[in-house]
Design a protein around this ligand. Structure first.
Ligand code: ASP
Length: 338
């Protein structure tokens, strides 16, 4: 072995591998944003421990997604990873921490979309599925359909190795008390939406741009406390709660789903970017702070465009959110002014 070759091998070993270094240098910028819901919760409503745990979980999830992107992984894998971490946490209204419906069951909705192919998958009103985003992704990749619901979706999940948990796994005292409070309310519509400070939509979502320039978005939720009649919100509806298209942007929403469905919020934002040439921030602002507010709909969105610009836009006092931009800056926040 020549001295030159030895030196090269030594340097390669020291830097963690020649191909890795090269691969990293040739990667395009990546970006990711996540949300854990929007709402009217104020700082006083949080114990310091809960606030710290929520922030830490958001940071862990956004970093886990970003690690996949910065190693050259896909935006679909990055958002799936971030969302499963949030679904496994008791703090968010998705997976383990899902709210209860009027029958005391956790009824889950989720969707995912690939901006490169415009493939999408969604599930609505499924029970006992540990990670609904994985089931939505299986619908996208292993079925000829876009949306499956209820028992049929669960049967499909069992056939495709999706993990199920018993009811006890999804029980959290906090959510159970929210249901008791909602059911004790004399006004059935107020009980449906829950009252402040529980008027908090803590659905989870993620959007990402990967090094190949591909965008992806996904959303997962337990919907609304005390929901009845098989109510389904915007989260599993492609174009309302979730949308991704490489020609424009990727969006995941959180908020009062009925309004988000009628305003086709996610697609609406992407259309403005694609067809009107609007800047992502302006498009998100016009839809969330303009159109939705005029309709009376509260909530917010996270979005990323093909340049990696990020928008975290909400018309409520707070939104659980985190992002890592194309320069690697990490941002984690709950309340408006931070
Ligand atoms: N958008 C969800 C729904 O209406 C609720 C949420 O964001 O928490 O089901």
């Amino acid at each position: 072995m020549t001295g030159h070759l030895k030196l090269l091998l030594l340097l390669t070993a020291m830097t963690g591998g020649f191909s890795m270094v090269q691969a990293k240098e040739s990667l395009n910028p990546v970006a990711i944003a996540i949300h854990g819901g929007s709402g009217t919760l104020n700082k006083e409503d949080f114990s310091p421990e809960r606030e710290q745990e929520v922030r830490q979980t958001l940071e862990n999830a956004v970093r886990a997604g970003h690690a996949i992107l910065s190693a050259g992984g896909t935006s679909l894998d990055a958002i799936t990873r971030a969302i499963t971490l949030l679904e496994d946490s008791p703090h968010f209204n998705a997976g383990k921490g899902a709210v209860f419906n009027s029958e005391g069951k956790n009824e889950l909705d989720a969707s995912i979309m690939d901006g490169a192919s415009l493939d999408a998958g969604a599930v609505a009103a499924v029970h006992n599925v540990r990670n609904p985003v994985l089931l939505a992704r299986a619908v996208m990749t292993a079925s000829p359909h876009v949306m499956l619901m209820g028992e049929g979706a669960e049967k499909f999940g069992r056939q495709h190795g999706i993990e199920f948990e018993d009811d006890a796994y999804f029980y959290t005292e906090y959510r159970w008390q929210q249901l008791q409070k909602a059911q004790a309310s004399p006004d059935p519509s107020a009980s449906f939406l829950s009252e402040s400070p529980d008027h908090w939509f803590s659905t989870v979502g993620a959007v990402a741009l990967d090094s190949q320039g591909n965008l992806a978005a996904a959303t997962s939720t337990g919907g609304m406390t005390n929901k009845q009649w098989g109510r389904v919100g915007d989260s599993p509806i492609i174009g309302a709660g979730t949308y991704a298209d490489n020609r424009s942007c990727a969006v995941s929403a959180t908020g009062h789903g009925e309004y988000f469905i009628r305003a086709t919020v996610a697609r609406n934002i992407c259309s403005r970017v694609e067809l009107q040439g609007q800047d992502l921030g302006q498009a998100a602002h016009e839809v969330v702070m303009g159109q939705l507010v005029e309709m009376g709909g509260s909530g917010g969105v996270i979005a990323v465009d093909r340049q990696g610009q990020i928008a975290l836009t909400f018309n409520t006092p707070g939104m659980y959110r985190a992002s890592i931009d194309t320069s690697g800056n990490v941002y984690v926040a709950i309340f408006r002014d931070e």
